[in-house]
Design a protein around this ligand. Structure first.
Ligand SMILES: [Zn+2]
Length: 104
């Protein structure tokens, strides 16, 4: 993902509307690219400051805000990966059971 694509995806990322694939690529870019990370950080602070429930929570200290957000998204990606793996194992078991039923 390049910077212009990351810029386009930022809005969707903040709204939590990116697909897991896009989110993974976006976060990878954010980790490597200081410019896009700063842009996201700034945008996140602006949004947090505009959201009264969040300013009440963190008392106008937004220093952990973005890392919390990124952590939350990464947890979602990991949870998704785990679910996909479980699905795969389950599918293999089902196919195995069906195959066993046919051939035995
Ligand atoms: Zn960038």
């Amino acid at each position: 993902m390049d910077c212009s694509e990351a810029g386009r995806k930022m809005e969707a990322f903040l709204r939590n509307e990116l697909s897991i694939m896009d989110m993974r690529q976006y976060l990878r870019h954010i980790r490597e690219c200081d410019a896009c990370r700063s842009e996201l950080e700034l945008e996140n602070i602006i949004r947090s400051a505009a959201d009264e429930t969040r300013t009440a929570e963190c008392g106008y200290d937004f220093s952990h805000s973005l890392s919390d957000l990124i952590e939350e998204r990464e947890t979602r990606i990991r949870a998704y990966g785990f679910t996909t793996l479980l699905d795969l194992i389950l599918s293999i078991l089902i196919i195995g059971t069906i195959a066993a039923g046919i051939f035995l």
